[in-house]
Write a protein that binds this ligand. Structure first.
Ligand code: PLP
Length: 217
């Protein structure tokens, strides 16, 4: 599907949910995609992208940003503390803040660098062992801890379990955000972004529906 088609579906979902056009930002998830596909989406005028790995983004985006200086990239995947400094310099937002150790490291580096990307706290809404994120019952405490470190918490992020109704997880994330007065909701991927918009997503993360299947070969 083309970028324009996805954007049209986003507008339609916003209208259906009674939300203003443009209430949801589209993050084009370019991880693993060949540069010519990413280039094509840049050439169409899109400027907001998502990557999963610091190393991959570091090899790819500085070059692209020479030609498209206003392109911005968000980190969506897990972040190791030893890559935090590099991540803070590469990304305009990090969606995977998920533990106290990382929060402390980011706070220290923010002092050092005099700046900090926008931060989303990842919540493991499905309480899955293999997934990153704070548990729903730990979220309020962790949010308070991050705020006491002066970290710029702009949103919450979740990745629902594959075999469950995504809307329930989006609704849970929205509830946690509302009671903590957090405005941003990073939720919804290729298969469920319209449901996420219905539940109030401010950022949807769409990869394969825009770029085609990822070839991990
Ligand atoms: C890969 C990825 C996406 C995009 O997934 P698609 O199903 O290709 O849209 C979104 N969010 C995260 C965290 C991802 O890792």
């Amino acid at each position: 599907m083309s970028l324009a088609e996805i954007q049209a579906r986003i507008y339609k979902a916003e209208a259906k949910a009674g939300r203003p056009e443009g209430a949801t930002q589209l993050i084009a998830v370019s991880k693993v995609q060949p540069n010519d596909r990413v280039d094509a989406v840049l050439a169409e005028g899109h400027r907001l992208f998502g990557e999963n790995k610091v190393q991959e983004a570091a090899g790819k985006w500085p070059g692209l940003q020479e030609r498209y200086p206003d392109a911005t990239v968000h980190l969506l995947g897990p972040l190791q503390t030893n890559k935090a400094r590099q991540a803070m310099q590469l990304f305009s937002a990090i969606h995977s803040l998920d533990r106290p150790k990382l929060a402390n490291t980011l706070a220290r580096l923010a002092q050092d660098l005099g700046q900090c990307p926008d931060l989303f706290i990842q919540v493991n809404t499905g309480e899955e062992d293999q997934k990153a994120g704070v548990l729903p019952k730990e979220a309020d405490g962790f949010i308070a801890e991050c705020r006491s470190l002066d970290l710029p918490i702009v949103g919450l992020m979740c990745i629902p379990p594959v075999n469950e109704e995504a809307s329930l997880h989006f609704a849970l994330l929205r509830k946690i955000a509302a009671r903590n007065e957090i405005a941003g909701l990073s939720m919804g991927m290729s298969g469920d972004f319209e449901k996420a918009i219905a539940q109030g997503a401010t950022h949807v993360r769409v990869g394969s529906a825009i770029f085609g299947a990822r070839d991990y070969g």
